[in-house]
Design a binder for this molecule. Structure first.
Ligand code: DON
Length: 574
């Protein structure tokens, strides 16, 4: 026990933020800082930054619910981890109501404006625009959903007054916070931030240098926004001065976003998507996210192989994992899109007989050369697969409150620094580049093509796991673009099947895929598997696999928290 208290103290007092010099990556990796398992008895929060975790913890101490804590944490994250999430973005939030024993799934995904059209990401030559050009254009900005999501979830599950949750963020906006090594590095690695007046003014010194580590960054503009939202709620975001500022900024950059798009925004309450894995009930988000379906498919396929093979950290386990994930990605690319526009055969994709047949395609001695989507029971053959891949700005936070309620919230502005434009003191998302840039191929439409009012397909997979008696066992999720699916699925295998504690599971070297190459985490033991996987026929690449897994495990009344060593987050609890 004393050992754990010491570990927690060490983490609280010295959230060391390692500075290394890795290669450039989409939301760049910034080194790895070892983090211990944190234990608590009553409540716990794990977020991507110590200030945000502290904000959540203060709310929990004051008797707030997990949702109250998530609101406070998100508002702080907007300031301290601006590249990843904020009010200019959207997300998916699971809420577990312990008393009612009910799980809620809220979809605060950005939507395409009425003026969006299927070919808007094609150039004059009919070819897809270069990714960064699309990201930085006003066309990439969807109607932000984060504030509506939090306001709605708070109205249903909050216990403290909405306006009171703004205190920590107001303090940080006013007094400032110290720029971390990671934020400094990411600014340095994103030179295009200098090309726009507002991002240049916010992220660079007067002399044009990236804000140095330790610089006290405050935000009067964001403070003014908080002062409007604390009394005004969602109404004050989607109508009036803030909405007008967003619309003006996006239009200046060539987007079609209109006031009516913001005024018409609605979050969706969806049925959580659940499935079984070795007797555990795993719940996540269904469409428009592909995350839940893909994670459940991977687990169901792996369940058909011996546990000792699946849980080993060797090349056989890596091979199986990558093959299962490649099968899931083939289905994802063909079938998953906004269910308001496309009939996604969710039941068919998770059908036991269908997945048994998919699992048989895996040869334990050889990588499949070409993987195609399957034909699940409900398929009508209407679509052709998209080949888009997202590149990573996202954050995951996990919270359990004193009543046993929980939040699993993955929140994003899409690419690092989103569309690289700001309004009302926050960065705007580029979420619409999660749509397929192409609308059709070979005479068939692509399910995830752009359409007005549609939500782009996501890979986000906030997860909660329950035991046979319906007790909450685990809350977890991660950023990482389409690699989220691998990060989350492999962590679930390690904890549920391998018996690792959540912090240990998160820290293990990653093996991932986004459907084609088998990716090994650079600078870790996973690199050693590269040669053997190549010999099995895989196209192997060694990459920074910059996850941000944040999770809480509930074990015999103890809360066990794990924060990803690859980012600067911490777990704290009492
Ligand atoms: O919704 C999605 O799947 C992506 N826009 C998430 C992007 C992301 O995770 C960035 N992470 N670092």
């Amino acid at each position: 026990m004393i050992r754990h208290v010491l570990a927690a103290l060490l983490l609280l007092t010295a959230p060391a933020l390692a500075e290394t010099a890795p290669d450039r990556a989409p939301e760049g990796a910034t080194g790895s800082t070892p983090k211990q398992t944190v234990r608590a008895k009553r409540f716990m929060a794990v977020t991507a930054h110590p200030e945000a975790t502290r904000a959540a913890l203060d709310v929990l101490k004051a008797g707030g619910s997990a949702v109250d804590a998530a609101v406070a944490a998100q508002l702080v994250l907007n300031l301290v981890e601006p590249q990843s999430s904020g009010l200019g973005g959207g997300g998916f939030l699971l809420f577990w109501d312990a008393k009612a024993k009910r799980l809620f799934a809220y979809d605060g995904r950005e939507t395409a404006p009425a003026g969006a059209e299927p070919r808007m990401f094609l150039g004059a030559d009919g070819r897809p625009l270069p990714f960064l050009a699309a990201v930085r254009s006003g066309k990439s900005v969807g109607v932000p959903g984060a504030l509506a999501l939090l306001h709605h979830a708070h109205a249903k599950h909050g216990t403290l007054p909405w306006g009171g949750l703004f205190g920590p963020a107001k303090r940080v906006a006013q007094q400032g916070f110290r720029v971390t090594p990671r934020l400094h590095r990411l600014i340095s690695d994103t030179p295009t931030l200098k090309e726009r007046a507002e991002t240049r003014a916010y992220f660079f010194t007067a002399a044009g240098m990236p804000l140095p580590v330790g610089h006290e960054l405050n935000s009067p503009d964001f403070l003014a926004t908080l002062d409007r939202l604390a009394p005004g709620g969602a109404e004050a975001f989607y109508r009036g001065a803030i909405a007008e500022a967003i619309v003006a900024r996006v239009r200046e950059a060539g987007g079609t976003l209109a006031s009516s798009d913001l005024a018409g925004y609605k979050i969706e309450e969806r049925a959580p998507l659940c499935g079984l894995y070795i007797g555990f009930k795993i719940c996540s988000m269904g469409p428009p996210s592909s995350g839940g379906i893909a994670v459940l498919q991977i687990l169901a396929i792996l369940e058909r192989f011996p546990s000792e093979t699946v849980t080993a950290e060797d090349e056989k386990a890596a091979h199986l994992f990558v093959e299962a994930a490649r099968l899931a990605f083939a289905d994802r690319n063909l079938y998953v899109a906004d269910p308001a526009f496309v009939r996604v055969p969710v039941k068919g994709l998770l059908d036991g007989a269908y997945l048994a047949q998919r699992a048989k395609l895996i040869d334990p001695r050889r990588a499949q050369e070409k993987i195609e989507a399957g034909t699940p029971p409900e398929d009508k053959g209407e679509f052709t697969p998209d080949r888009g891949e997202e590149s990573p700005g996202t954050s995951h936070l996990s919270i359990v409150d004193a009543d046993g309620n929980a939040v699993s919230f993955t929140t994003t502005i899409e690419n690092g620094f989103g569309a690289q434009m700001m309004a009302a003191g926050f960065l705007l998302n580029n979420q619409l580049t999660d749509f397929s840039f192409e609308a059709e191929r070979d005479g068939k439409p692509i399910a995830n093509r752009v359409e007005p009012g549609k939500r782009p397909r996501s890979s986000m997979a906030p997860v909660m796991v329950f035991d046979r008696d319906g007790r909450l066992l685990l809350v977890v999720g991660s950023p990482g673009g389409s690699r989220i699916i691998s990060y989350v699925a492999r962590t679930l295998v390690r904890v549920l099947d391998g018996g690792a504690d959540i912090a240990v599971a998160i820290a293990k070297p990653h093996v991932a895929t986004t459907g084609t190459a088998a990716e090994m985490e650079k600078g870790t033991d996973a690199e050693k598997l590269a040669e053997r996987l190549t010999a099995l026929g895989h196209r192997v690449s060694v990459n920074e696999l910059n996850s941000g897994l944040h999770g809480i495990q509930v074990q015999d009344g103890t809360l066990i928290g794990g924060a990803d060593p690859r980012r600067e987050g911490v777990a704290m609890g009492e």
